[in-house]
Design a protein around this ligand. Sequence first.
Ligand SMILES: [Mg+2]
Length: 346
Amino acid sequence: MKFAVTATAFLVSSLATRASAFGVRHSTTFAQRAAFSRTTARSMANVLKLSEPQSQLLDQVDVFIFDCDGVIWRGDSLIDGIPETLEKLRKAGKKMFFVTNNSTKSRAGYKKKFDGLGLNIPAEEIFSSSFAAAAYLEQTKFKETGKKVYVIGEVGICEELDLIDVPYLGGPADSNKMPDMGPGGRLEIDKDVGAVIVGFDRNINYHKIQYAQLCINEENAEFIATNLDAVTHLTDAQEWAGNGSMVGAIKGCTGQEPTVVGKPSPLMIEYLETKFGMDRKRICMVGDRLDTDVLFGTDNGLKSLLVLSGVTSEEKLLSPENSITPDFYADDINAFFAEAAVTQES
Ligand SMILES: [Mg+2]
């Protein structure tokens, strides 16, 4: 029952905040619209290409939340100009957080990736969905129950649980297990499991699915999903089944909806508000996906900006079929410090 209540509350609050975000978007000035229509003939009325970054964006935003893949890097390559742009934002006194729905690494794991790309980012500014799962357990005072977590997922979730001292089982340790499925066979589970966290797991197997099923159906363990991404980019050659497929397996055998902690759930914003006292109207979500990044911004009453440096094309953004609209879009985040060249050229 608890899950249904939580999911409903999220839905109601997200619909309410989405409505207010539309109100904000429609308040763009005539001058902004005129400038935009001069620069892009195909423009739809309510999506502005960033042309005066100082007044349109920097003056109104204290905190930037950056999605990583398609914004900071593409695969393993840093996008040109990013270190300089981040440095300028820091000098301008902006706070920054770097968010990824990929749960396979912990914040420490991502810090290594940032370091490897030559970006010196403090671990506290990194917000992976593995960390979001641990932050949710902290918020709900899970540790005080004395229970354990069963993990479907990789080392990132386990490392974050270690940091908050919550005991867990499963994860990589169960990657080669097979339940006894002979006559009378059964899988015995630890009766102290109080939550199942499902994250992206390249070694998911029937043992893990059955273990999670028993914990949720028989022990009333809470079902937590790091994210629901349908596909992910394991390699740059094709799209790969994302964590939506692992979560779908557990939904299928439990009939339950999970509590989702990664984008586009509101959990991270609530965490930032509680921990740092941030005003969400002065936070801007920057990402390359409409259905996770921009939706995360609009659902939570944040400003949102789509960059074209990742998976979304300008055509897709501006197409009449697209109903998810950011406040602004830009070629990449280097546009935050570009001169108003676009307007002057026309
Ligand atoms: Mg991305």
